[in-house]
Design a protein around this ligand. Structure first.
Ligand code: G1P
Length: 287
């Protein structure tokens, strides 16, 4: 089975939870320590073997596209000043020519709709999806763990973790079947159920490997929870037709779509760094 070479990044959301910061900048450009959330997502994709990156953007979010340009003037200044460390940082964000492309989602019609907007670029091949809000801190990147598992079982795959029962209404929730190591068979999927209706507390987090047939289902444009076209509903229709597994990934997931989650992610990533870690640790100890 060959690998996955393309990943879709749905980054068209308005980021209302981070106003006023997101009034003039995309939420995906919010930093964790010093790298934007989107950069972490792209780094994770590269580690997993992805060579094509599709950003599904929206009005007012063009700075994300500029971010991936070569910063010629900046590079020249840094070179002239002999700033090798800063040059290396910039170098670490450089993608090969033509590796990144964008498509616009003209209306906020849901995650399923965002993914469907990328259908012509994805074509008829399995593809990955990364939601940059879900930042996974791990020794081996979450998507790499999934691609490795997918190499064994194929089909469709989602990353999953247990959430507190009262939180099921914020997630896609899985009806779990047979478990084999880190893999659990997916028998059902429901978007954002109330705790009393939830089939389990096993939640979908923002990493997917999907077969192209999901695009055919999304093209029916059926509305689901919140009146939006839900990816979860389209995926649910593939269950029983194609293999479908959830992966219990190794690592810590930070919900950076949430203010507290974003602050915690900053602390966790800062503590893991040699440059800023000691100062942050010393401060935390004083609290
Ligand atoms: C989306 C999906 C949901 C998933 C979640 C993971 O919801 O619709 O199924 O569990 O991402 O973060 P959102 O967070 O966009 O409301």
């Amino acid at each position: 089975m060959s690998g996955i070479d393309i990943a879709v990044f749905p980054v068209g959301g308005m980021g209302t939870r981070f106003l006023p910061a997101t009034k003039a900048m995309p939420k995906e450009m919010l930093p964790v320590v010093d790298r934007p959330l989107l950069q972490y997502a792209v780094d994770e994709a590269i580690e997993a073997g992805i060579s094509q990156f599709v950003l599904v953007t929206a009005r007012g979010k063009g700075s994300m596209v500029d971010y991936f340009d070569q910063a010629g003037e900046l590079v020249a200044i840094l070179k002239a000043k002999g700033k090798a460390a800063e040059l290396a940082v910039l170098e670490s964000t450089q993608l090969p020519p033509g590796a990144i492309c964008t498509v616009r989602q003209q209306e906020p019609a849901g995650l399923g709709h965002a993914i469907w907007c990328a259908r012509h670029i994805v074509g008829r091949r399995p593809f990955a999806i990364i939601l940059p809000d879900d930042l996974v801190q791990a020794k081996v990147g979450c998507l790499k763990q999934m691609v490795d598992a997918w190499g064994r079982v194929g089909g469709n795959m989602i990353a999953a973790e247990r959430v507190p029962e009262h939180r099921t209404k914020s997630y896609g929730i899985i009806t779990p079947g047979r478990q084999d190591g880190a893999l659990t068979e997916v028998l059902g999927l429901v978007e954002k159920p109330k705790p009393e209706d939830a089939p389990s507390n096993l939640a979908v987090i923002g990493r997917y490997i999907l077969q192209p047939e999901v695009m055919d289902i999304l093209s029916e444009e059926k509305r689901g929870a919140g009146g939006e076209i839900q990816l979860t509903d389209a995926m649910a229709q593939l269950i029983g037709v194609q293999p479908f597994h959830a992966v219990a990934f190794e690592g810590v997931r930070h919900d950076c779509g949430d203010k507290a989650g974003h602050v915690i992610a900053n602390i966790a990533y800062a503590l893991a760094r040699e440059d800023v870690g000691p100062a942050v640790r010393a401060y935390l100890k004083t609290l």
